[in-house]
Design a protein around this ligand. Structure first.
Ligand code: ADP
Length: 242
């Protein structure tokens, strides 16, 4: 590590503590109960929510709470080489990881015997898709009017060239020394996902975690803005119709 933290510029031109350019939109699909899109650098991910609805098959029904079904899927054209459209082991694992993060926030107990489906489609992938997917899915759940304890927002940090960096891009994921994806409930201050790949010392872990938290709070603001914009748009449409 020759350059200081302040001087170090990443391959895509970012400083160590900079997110990739991002945008979040909601209400993007007319046929889903709720939907959202996130763009984060080259990541382009859409999420759609159906429910709460009667659960099938009946034998799986839970008397106590709704079942949250979650599918994370990468389109064949989302990666540098064509990906098989069949769900890979990685996609099955990430579907579970994302479900477990979102489950902490959704008031499942309000809908016994029902289910809520979350479909996440990665149209274009560029590193840290699991956390970006969680961020989009949470907005889609809110857009569907599903009661939640808090939003869920995800962000990653990592280590590249000896530097702790925010929001791990694809080449940083492949060539970096560590990757730390996290997801939180920002108001309740609870962690709902914490994974780590690679090696970090205790102090590096602390620094990476703090950085990922800072990034998550920036994305949380974008989540809220997306939802507020949609409500405003709906108000304008209603006013115009009166
Ligand atoms: P995450 O997307 O959450 O960082 P991974 O660490 O498994 O999850 O993947 C890192 C990145 O590698 C992905 O964001 C994507 O850009 C790329 N990637 C994942 N799966 C494939 C694949 N099958 N083929 C090519 N690139 C992939």
């Amino acid at each position: 590590m020759s350059k200081s933290k302040e001087e170090y510029i990443r391959r895509d031109g970012r400083k160590v503590d900079e997110l990739r350019p991002y945008s979040i939109r909601t209400g993007i699909f007319k046929n889903a109960d709720g939907s959202a899109e996130i763009r984060l650098g080259g990541n382009w991910i859409v999420a759609a929510v159906y429910g709460p609805k009667e659960h099938f098959p009946k034998f799986q029904i839970s008397q106590d709470e709704a079942i949250l079904n979650c599918r994370y899927h990468m389109a064949p054209y989302s990666t540098s080489e064509r990906k098989s459209p069949k769900p890979s082991r990685r996609e099955i694992e990430l579907s579970k990881v994302i479900k477990s993060a979102l489950e902490k926030a959704v008031l499942l107990e309000a809908f016994p015997e029902m289910s809520i489906d979350v479909y996440i489609e990665v149209l274009q992938a560029e590193g840290s898709t699991r956390v970006a997917s969680i961020t989009a899915a949470s907005v889609a759940l809110a857009d569907a009017g599903i009661p939640m304890r808090d939003m869920v927002v995800g962000c990653s940090a990592g280590k590249v060239d000896g530097h702790i960096i925010l929001d791990v891009g694809e080449y940083e994921d492949k060539e970096g020394e560590a990757d730390l994806p996290i997801a939180i409930m920002p108001n309740l201050k609870k962690i709902v996902l914490l994974q780590m790949d690679g090696k970090l010392t205790h102090s590096e872990f602390r620094e990476a975690f703090e950085l990922a938290l800072k990034g998550a709070m920036q994305l949380y603001e974008a989540q809220v803005n997306a939802l507020v914009s949609k409500v405003k748009e709906m108000g304008e449409i209603e006013e115009a119709e009166e």
